[in-house]
Design a binder for this molecule. Structure first.
Ligand code: NAD
Length: 294
């Protein structure tokens, strides 16, 4: 963790109670990591099935720790009980930080953020885990844009150390400091970055996906590309990575990147992620993407 992040964190208040909106791949992971590192968290979704999935995922990760002898069953039970799944905003008036992790759609995020702002304290931080959408643009839905920033985790949340903290045009220093502090509390490595579509990491990652798209279009077998990239040293190849991320999420994010950088990221052909999205192949989340899953 950089000296800068530590200095910034010193200016931020402790996060005693957190909340996450959305219990999907990312929301479930954020809830697990927060609870595991000692910050209780409310996890809100709009679907009971989403909450069940989020809790199941957290339970699986904790059971692994117990079976490896790294955690006692009692500790597992106490971590699980510090994640409170819910369909309402009950208890949101006592949270210090809320992380929004609903679908990658600006319209939905605007509505969810505006609604959430009405249920939280005036000094609470509201952060978005958006992969690509500009934080200043999302802030337009809010009455207190100074309390809003990006808090971008990577997938899988428990394994990936980096968190991008994104400063929008109106984000205050206190908001950045408290968000950095929460990232440190969660055992992560925060970096503070400026706002633009894709922020830092996805500006690097999406051109990589575009290169993969072109290789496949030129006749390469995606399985072969994956194997070669693994040998190169990547933990997984681009096709498998897209399946893990969720092809629906990847496609929506690619659209935001194309709108943000039309001269560089808008291609004159239909991307593979769009074709897969239209064919309902969303990756691991629905059992079929580039690969098939049981
Ligand atoms: P997901 O589809 O797995 O989960 C989204 C969840 O949000 C679902 O459970 C859905 O029921 C819930 N939801 C929808 N509307 C809601 C609302 N109004 N209130 C509460 N919950 C609601 O999606 P995901 O992959 O977890 O992505 C969530 C966000 O995180 C997106 O903005 C995405 O870009 C970002 N992100 C994703 C990844 C990734 O690898 N999947 C990585 C970093 C960031």
């Amino acid at each position: 963790v950089s000296k800068y992040a530590k200095t910034v964190a010193k200016q931020g208040g402790d996060v005693k109670q957190a909340a996450v909106l959305g219990a999907g791949i990312m929301g479930g992971g954020i809830a697990y990591q927060s609870a595991y590192k000692g910050t209780p968290i409310l996890m809100k979704d709009i679907a009971e099935s989403g909450l069940a999935l989020g809790m199941k995922e957290a339970g699986k990760l904790l059971s692994k720790r117990v079976s490896r002898g790294r955690m006692t069953p009692d500790k597992m039970a106490s971590v699980l009980s510090s994640i409170r799944p819910m369909l309402t905003y009950d208890g949101f008036d006592s949270v210090d930080v809320v992380v929004e992790a609903v679908v990658e759609n600006a319209k939905v995020k605007h509505a969810v953020l505006a609604e959430t702002e009405k249920h939280i304290r005036k000094d609470a931080v509201l952060a978005s885990n958006t992969s690509t959408i500009s934080i200043s643009y999302l802030a337009e839905a809010l009455e207190r844009p100074e309390n809003f920033c990006g808090m971008h985790f990577f997938n899988p949340v428990h394994a990936m150390p980096l968190v991008e903290v994104i400063r929008g045009e109106k984000t205050s220093d206190e908001t950045v400091a408290r968000t950095v502090k929460y990232a440190l509390q969660m055992g992560k490595t925060p970096i503070v970055v400026n706002d633009c579509p894709g922020f830092f990491v996805n500006r690097v990652l999406f051109p990589y996906f575009a290169g993969f798209d072109m290789l496949v279009r030129d006749g390469a077998d995606f399985r072969h590309v994956d194997k070669v990239m693994e040998r190169y040293g990547m933990p997984m190849g681009p096709a498998y990575l897209m399946d893990v991320v969720g092809i629906d999420t990847g496609f929506h994010a690619a659209e935001v990147m194309a709108e943000g950088f039309p001269d560089r990221m808008r291609h004159p052909f239909k991307g593979i992620s769009q074709m897969m999205f239209e064919a309902n192949r969303f990756g691991q989340k629905n059992g079929i993407g580039f690969y098939k899953y049981e």
